[in-house]
Design a protein around this ligand. Structure first.
Ligand SMILES: [Zn+2]
Length: 234
């Protein structure tokens, strides 16, 4: 097991906060634990206390997810054959929080991307009401904006040590478990391995959205910065 999953002072939130975003060009980098300043390798901006790429609500969800997992794994059954309801509830919570994390990440990406286009404020304020569900956003809005679908992105974006198609297959499995739980009220017996998989898949998920952001948001932002630099002073 990844030792990070159970060690509080190596919490997943701390690892998530290693992803910083340049205020000027929006480039995202994982700066590791030494991230109190950010010299952007693309636009040259030098920042003290750079912003975290993942916002507070996302970080809270990640913390709740890990906290539920740590609690579930610390409970001791009264007897070997007796299930612990509290353990099942905590393992189910891990899956629910994980699904919320992956949905928030897609929402944040689309929101950052739409900000790069000259769209009416009324649309920017309400796009998420027009595309209300995660599946509408991923299957309709995302390919309409990028010109490529989710499946294609999983193979065109690559990172060492991460298997994005496998991550996506896990997202589907977690979503099915969450939907059965919340909409049908059954399958409360979440396998501890599945709950652990939620924590483990956070790593490729964060890396995937950092790459996606750099390719489609940061590059657009850089284009705008270059155009402004080339335009004659008025
Ligand atoms: Zn920059």
């Amino acid at each position: 097991m990844d030792p990070h999953l159970l060690i509080e002072n190596h919490s997943l939130v701390n690892l998530a906060m290693h992803y910083k975003i340049c205020r000027k060009c929006s480039r995202v980098r994982n700066l590791g634990p030494y991230s109190s300043s950010y010299q952007c390798d693309t636009c040259g901006s030098n920042e003290q206390y750079p912003n975290s790429f993942f916002d507070l609500n996302l970080l809270l969800m990640i913390d709740l997810m890990q906290d539920s997992y740590i609690t579930a794994t610390s409970l001791v059954p009264a007897s070997k054959d007796e299930p612990i309801p509290a353990e099942q509830a905590r393992l189910a919570s891990v899956v629910v929080y994980f699904c919320t994390v992956k949905e928030l990440m897609l929402h944040r990406f689309l929101s950052h991307l739409l900000d790069q286009f000259p769209l009416p404020v009324s649309f920017l304020e309400h796009w998420d009401k027009h595309y209300f569900t995660y599946s509408q956003r991923r299957e309709k809005l995302l390919p309409a904006l990028l010109g490529v679908n989710w499946e294609k992105l999983l193979t065109t974006l690559t990172a060492p040590n991460h298997d994005f198609p496998a991550m996506s297959a896990f997202l589907k499995k977690a979503t099915d478990a969450r939907d059965n739980l919340l909409h049908e009220g059954d399958h409360f017996d979440i396998d501890p391995n599945h709950a652990r998989g939620c924590l483990e898949n956070l790593f490729p998920l964060m890396e995937f959205y950092a790459l996606l952001h750099n390719k489609y948001v940061h590059e657009r932002r850089m284009d705008a910065i270059r155009r402004m630099a080339q335009s004659p002073a008025s």
